[in-house]
Design a protein around this ligand. Structure first.
Ligand code: GAR
Length: 208
């Protein structure tokens, strides 16, 4: 069984999707063993508690810079013996020292079809505001491996979602979560835990 450590910063609906998938047996070969939050008091921590999952708060505000914060996260991941690290609405960019310690063992869910609407500054509702401003007719979600390049790592899974005329950023965010994020994140986690993901030349291949 692989140890899955989930990093969160907010409401944790993607964490909930992972917990639900785990409870219904969709995630094979792995178990969520710890949730780490970059903020105290967020609802994601309640979700972990409700399901008897260990949680830790490593608050970004308690550290003077990204490097020191990243070292604290790295030692927690090592202590938890993480086999897979999942960014589920984790809003803090970590120093590459973490990525280097967990190569192709960290994945992130992003609420757009990468390479659109991604990179520094594109997070949460902002992503959907920009998609609506541009007038795209399709958007969606992407699960990718985390590398030193923000939102630039190898793509694992993507799912497209329709944009409608009357959408607000909030309505679009909800549709992208329901139709894409909450589906592809548990799928990607399960594929990893079943050793079905292979990365060659920065491309992910899914084994049968
Ligand atoms: C999700 O839409 C996730 O894709 C996004 O933040 C939201 C967190 O919601 N992440 C990013 O924008 C990262 N660049 P949640 O806390 O309810 O899972």
């Amino acid at each position: 069984m692989k140890n899955i450590v989930v990093l969160v910063s907010g409401g944790g609906t993607n964490l909930q999707a992972l917990i639900d998938a785990q409870d219904s047996g969709i995630i094979k070969g792995g178990k969520i063993t710890c949730v780490i939050s970059s903020k105290p008091g967020v609802y994601a921590l309640e979700r972990a508690k409700n399901h008897n999952i260990k949680s830790r708060v490593i608050a970004r505000k308690d550290y003077p810079d990204v490097e020191e914060y990243s070292r604290a996260i790295l030692s927690a991941l090592d202590e938890e013996k993480a086999d897979l690290v999942v960014y589920a609405g984790f809003m803090t960019i970590l120093d590459e020292l973490v990525v280097r310690a967990y190569p192709y063992k960290m994945m992130n869910v992003h609420p757009a079809l990468i390479p659109s609407f991604c990179g520094k500054g594109y997070y949460g509702l902002r992503v959907h505001e920009e998609a609506l401003k541009k007038g795209v007719k399709l958007t969606g979600a992407t699960v990718h491996f985390v590398t030193e390049v923000c939102d630039g790592g190898p793509i694992i899974l993507q799912k497209a979602v329709e944009v409608k005329n009357e959408d607000t950023p909030e309505i679009l965010q909800k549709r992208v979560m329901e139709q894409a994020e909450w589906k592809i994140l548990p799928q990607a986690v399960s594929l990893f835990c079943e050793d079905k993901l292979e990365v060659r030349d920065e491309i992910v291949y899914i084994k049968d």
